[in-house]
Design a protein around this ligand. Structure first.
Ligand code: HEC
Ligand code: HEC
Ligand code: HEC
Ligand code: HEC
Length: 230
């Protein structure tokens, strides 16, 4: 009788052990992610999540040797834009003139990489979700102006002078709109060498880098000087 009692006690303890172990195993399997309910009336800009999406490549970027032969420089970066912040023109042939973009562009521009035929690294697009690429990006068909104008390109902000103190994080000298996805332009082999970040793995860029809220000067309404009526 005594022996039976001890055996059944052990059986009960063993079953209890299995049950407790099972519960803790199952809860270990649950995802740590708690879905965030979007109760914020201000909806997020999809490109803003881009930094976090691209952060999985950050450690690769840190460990990648710099390809000295094919580094982009800011001078060429600016040459391709009508003014600071303007969408760059497409500097290479496009396959189908009537194609709006989407997959035909994203196969190279979603994650970048070296393209032999253009002998350059494809710059990563900061906004893969805006699929009508050619709404804003067009090939350049001529280098000449149709007509002389008084339009001039304002100088872009300087780099390397935006730190309050030596070693402190520089302020962001450009607007954030259309620049939400920091890693696209600042990390990887296609980033212009002057602005390639030494720490792409610190994902939350704006935790340390504040916007430069300098008010932009109102330059008035731009009027051509060569209008026909003049
Ligand atoms: C075969 C790969 C490939 C495809 C497809 C491709 N590109 Fe490119 N693209 C490149 C490469 C490489 C560069 C860099 C060229 C250079 O620096 O000389 C580039 C440069 C650009 C630039 C200039 C970026 C800058 O910062 O100056 C724009 C804009 C662009 N492409 C848009 C497009 C669009 C829009 C499409 C689709 C219609 C497209 N590309 C399709 C490889 C590609
Ligand atoms: C609503 C207009 C708009 C659309 C649509 C758009 N872009 Fe852009 N794109 C811009 C602007 C503005 C910039 C940033 C210019 C700057 O400040 O240098 C830019 C920058 C870029 C760059 C340069 C990144 C770098 O590192 O130099 C690439 C490449 C690019 N876009 C590709 C694309 C592709 C591919 C698509 C389609 C999937 C696309 N864009 C759709 C306006 C647009
Ligand atoms: C479309 C490409 C692009 C995107 C996206 C972008 N930047 Fe920039 N960034 C530049 C360029 C080009 C410069 C050089 C100055 C200029 O032209 O405004 C620059 C300059 C800077 C500088 C100053 C560097 C120095 O040495 O003075 C900081 C800091 C910076 N960016 C942070 C950011 C952060 C943070 C984000 C994301 C919110 C971001 N950038 C998104 C292109 C980009
Ligand atoms: C923990 C704070 C912190 C975070 C997060 C951070 N940075 Fe920085 N960043 C700094 C500091 C500090 C410097 C100045 C380094 C120096 O002068 O030696 C700097 C410098 C820079 C520069 C100038 C070039 C260079 O590498 O020195 C750029 C561009 C830049 N950061 C962009 C970024 C981007 C893009 C991100 C997000 C991927 C980011 N930073 C995240 C603190 C930070």
């Amino acid at each position: 009788m005594k022996r039976l009692g001890i055996i059944s006690l052990f059986v009960i303890l063993f079953m209890a052990f299995i049950a407790v172990w099972n519960i803790s195993y199952q809860s270990g399997m649950e995802e740590a992610y708690i879905p965030v309910e979007n109760t914020n009336p201000i909806s997020l800009i999809p490109s803003e999540t881009g930094v976090f999406t691209r952060s999985k490549y950050a450690l690769d970027y840190v460990n990648m040797p710099v390809d000295e032969q094919h580094q982009r420089v800011l001078k060429n970066y600016y040459k391709n834009r009508a003014f600071h912040g303007a969408p760059p023109s497409i500097p290479h042939p496009v396959e189908d003139e009537r194609n709006m973009g989407d997959n035909s562009c994203l196969k190279c521009h979603q994650n970048g990489g070296f393209v032999n035929k253009y002998d350059a690294y494809a710059p990563v697009t900061p906004h893969p979700e805006m699929i009508n690429c050619r709404q804003c990006h067009v090939p350049e068909h001529t280098k000449q102006l149709f007509k002389e104008t008084n339009f001039y390109k304002a100088d872009p902000p300087e780099v390397g002078v935006n730190n309050a103190l030596q070693g402190s994080p520089p302020v962001i000298p450009h607007q954030i709109q259309m620049h939400e996805n920091c890693l696209a332009c600042h990390a990887g082999p296609s980033a212009p060498k002057e602005i390639r970040v030494s720490h792409p793995e610190r994902v939350n860029c704006r935790q340390c880098h504040a916007s430069n809220n300098k008010e932009t000067e109102d330059i008035g309404i731009f009027k051509r000087t060569n209008n026909n009526e003049q």
